[in-house]
Design a protein around this ligand. Structure first.
Ligand code: AMP
Length: 382
């Protein structure tokens, strides 16, 4: 089978890497030549909504996306000629933060308090209702913390409005969560669903930096996250992998957003799960049986590299470490690669931490130590 992918970034690259052993071939469309996936798949350099892209993708057996902001009209036109999975409607559901959170509420999923903001009076009214601190976000095209301004006191209002005003916005309550986590579900066209273990995530400046799976002391959170993600996937008649990002406070989860595609917080599944999110996404969109999302090792830790990659040889000295270089040029704020540690237990993690030493940047080490304190093997993940 030939799989067409709109977008040729690292997600498309990892989809192709997962699909090759299953005999799948890939054609990616991306307007930027030399996209990350072009090193492992055929790339057409074209705009997503061009006739050229449509014709090239219509020759594939199925089409999927590596990012959610593909113009819905381009997908709908394509869907008349070739199966598009997940559907244009499922992607559209994630493109507008207000529409997305309204759907969560309709489905009985808790969210941070939120309100649509189209004008200054809207913003003042929303602030009166939601209170401070709050975060003002663009409704569309935001990712990795872009298009957001945190309001800690009334004096931040003017700067936030200068930065973002004039576009459709959403004001959200700033949640003082205990931690963030995310769940990935894969759903087949027949409605069958399988869930990955929750990943505990840590972001800095809105960008994912670290994920640990399974989420330590998840307790009831796993079942609640499955309920939420499962309901959403069914409601969207979703086909493929979907990740729901959540804020955890005690035993309560609030839904922040979902990604209708493979997601960074589940990259650890490549080595840490029996069937990765990439393979399962492909299995689902190609109509193949879904794979086992269960753990392969005891603990997986994903480190994201932002801006530039460290020296690969310095990190490969660590047993149980896998390296992913996305083949992208270094640039501040850009995701250029990741490394995953898959280890049997907390003792092995302590050994890996010692081996990594100073190579692990202080902020990542601090976050890991907070999530899984060194020498605390007795309180292992449940
Ligand atoms: P987003 O682009 O909405 O995924 O936001 C990126 C990150 O910013 C999240 O993963 C959180 O760390 C933080 N964030 C976003 N919205 C909120 C919120 N309402 N309350 C607290 N933190 C938030």
């Amino acid at each position: 089978m030939k799989v067409g992918i709109l977008g040729g970034g690292q997600l498309a690259r990892m989809l192709a890497e997962a699909g090759h052993p299953m005999g799948l071939s890939f054609r990616v469309v991306d307007p930027k030549s030399g996209a990350s996936a072009s090193q492992v798949a055929e790339q057409l350099v074209a705009d997503y909504d061009s006739a050229e892209a449509r014709d090239a993708l219509a020759e594939c057996d199925v089409v999927t996306c590596d990012f959610e902001n593909v113009p819905a009209a381009a997908l709908e036109a394509l869907a008349e000629r070739v199966p598009v999975r997940p559907s244009a409607a499922a992607l559209a559901a994630a493109q507008d933060r207000f529409v997305e959170k309204s759907r969560f509420q309709q489905l009985g999923m808790a969210t941070p308090a939120f309100a649509a903001v189209d004008s200054r009076p809207d913003l003042l009214a929303a602030l009166d209702r939601i209170g401070l601190p709050a975060v003002l976000k663009t409704r569309t095209m935001g990712y990795d913390g872009k298009g957001q301004a945190v309001l800690r006191d009334r004096e931040d209002l003017e700067a936030a409005w200068q930065q973002l005003g004039g576009r459709p916005l959403i004001l959200e309550q700033w949640v003082a969560f205990d931690h963030e986590c995310s769940i990935t579900v894969v759903r087949g066209a027949d409605g069958n669903k399988r869930f990955y273990p929750l990943s505990r995530t840590w972001h800095a400046d809105g960008i994912l930096r670290l994920a640990v799976a399974p989420c330590p002391n998840a307790g009831r959170l796993q079942a609640e996250a499955e309920r939420m993600a499962g309901r959403l996937a069914d409601d969207l008649d979703y086909v493929g992998c979907l990740t729901l990002e959540l804020f955890a406070s005690g035993n309560e989860l609030r839904a922040n957003e979902f990604a209708p595609r493979a997601h960074n917080s589940a990259h650890w599944t490549i080595e840490g799960a029996r069937c990765s999110q990439f393979e399962n996404h492909l299995r689902a969109v190609c109509g193949l049986p879904l794979g086992d999302p269960g753990l392969r090792g005891g603990i997986s830790v994903l480190f994201n590299f932002i801006g530039e990659l460290p020296e690969v040889g310095d990190w490969l000295v660590v047993d149980g470490l896998a390296w992913h270089d996305y083949g992208k040029a270094a640039r501040p704020g850009r995701k250029v690669g990741h490394a995953t540690l898959v280890l049997p237990d907390r003792h092995a993690l302590d050994a890996a931490r010692a081996q990594l030493g100073d190579r692990l940047p202080a902020d990542l080490r601090g976050a890991l130590d907070r999530i899984l304190p060194p020498g605390d093997g007795r309180a292992g993940p449940d």
